[in-house]
Ligand binder design. Sequence first.
Ligand code: ADP
Ligand code: GLC
Length: 496
Amino acid sequence: MNIAFAASEGVPFSKTGGLADVVGALPRAVAALGHQVSVYLPRYRQTKLADPATVVRSITVPFDDEYRFPSVVSGGIQGGVRFYFVEYPPYFDRDALYGTPAGDYPDNAERFALFSRAVLEASKILGTPHVFHCHDWQSALIPVLLRTIYADDPAFKEVGTVLTIHNMGYQGLFPPDTLPLLMLPWDLFTMSKMEFFGQVNFLKGALTYSDYITTVSRKYSQEIQTAEYGFGLEGVLRDRASTVTGILNGVDYDEWSPQTDKFTVTKYSPQDLSGKAKDKQDLLAAFGVANADPKLPVIGIVSRFAAQKGFDLIAQIADRLAREEMIIVALGAGDKAYEEMFQRLNKQFPNKIAVKVAYDNAIAHKIEAGADMFLMPSRYEPCGLNQIYSLKYGTVPIVRATGGLDDTIEPWDARTGKGTGFKFTEYNGEALLKTIKEALQAYRDQTSWQALMRNGMSKDFSWNASAREYGKIYEKVRLMRSPVSVAEKSMVSVPS
Ligand code: ADP
Ligand code: GLC
């Protein structure tokens, strides 16, 4: 089949979080199954292209006020996947992808509507796929456009859509007059389509119009159908429950493995863990705490700093945590409030909590390799990738039992020698502290700790199995859109 991915970020061209890792790796795994795969991304200032070639010179995108004319450049073929970039410098040649620390760019609706329309128009020239695979709110207009403005376009008659939800916390909410601005019909502004508490909701549009909906872990696919995790869209998801499924993300072990990592000082493996001590030393030096006792367990954090990630729990217990025999090294950037919180903790406990407020891929790798434990106390976590990377590096995850964290980490049981990490359920500081203490206690018995490390290192979360699951969904969607099944459906709905 011919599958076109449309997303707002993808490694190695652009990244703010795990979505980019997925868009960098899943298409390759789908192509390896024998499908023809292309990926459409915006061309941002940070997108580096070796040999860009313009393949569509000018696409006309009508807006209420004027026409805009993006173009499409080819980024060539990588790993059997063809990459295309929507180029429109006024929208994408900016400092950041979605906004500045002061907030989102005010024209994000226009930016990603233009992207979505350009993808559809470009595909008419470059090849319409059997299925558009869209990701999060930024490409959520594609299914909406296909079933409204483009509903009668013969080029898209049999084209299906899959939406993958990577995060329900970001829905693309805009004022009602966004619809006429984007030339979208007003009848979308109803509760059963895109209206959401008086605003236009891009993600809701895709939940309404996609043929199939996936999310990135089994547990999260259930959670988002409840009020606690659905961010107001749980009802819409429940209505579509028969076409909602959870497929766990894989990880790219070419990038994330202690045996081949380009950013670490030594390589190590489950057979020989000795190199990890050097990586720990290197990590402590990178955080300016090289004099720390190397026997102290190091707890690593790599994260976007956002409410989702649960770091307010650390602040709740900081005094008592700082009394424990350990060091925290945290790398993250994002919400000012959390950046400042970590900087405050660092000032208060300089020997215990070291912090780098930055986005730095090399340091992220050093933490995976050099830390003894990895902390993700997320309030919610659709999948989470760092805990899966951590397993491969023998860096034992301490996680809250939610979403993909719950699906990927099995609790350690010293008696049976089974399990890969430590989990807590209640979202409060006490539960977190108790679990960290349990992990620190387990660390004291280095023989069983190494068994725990090896349990994690032996897990395989590569993409192959998940790509096959996506393959089955593409097949279903193609069948749903085939002329025979469409004709059957219309026969059923025609009153006799
Ligand atoms: P999310 O997508 O919610 O941010 P994930 O765990 O799925 O969470 O993925 C996060 C990805 O972004 C990982 O590849 C992680 O290494 C990377 N990352 C997050 N924050 C940073 C940072 N401050 N510096 C470098 N890499 C980061
Ligand atoms: C999101 C989620 C994260 C997930 C990633 C990739 O950003 O927050 O849990 O791993 O997308 O699917």
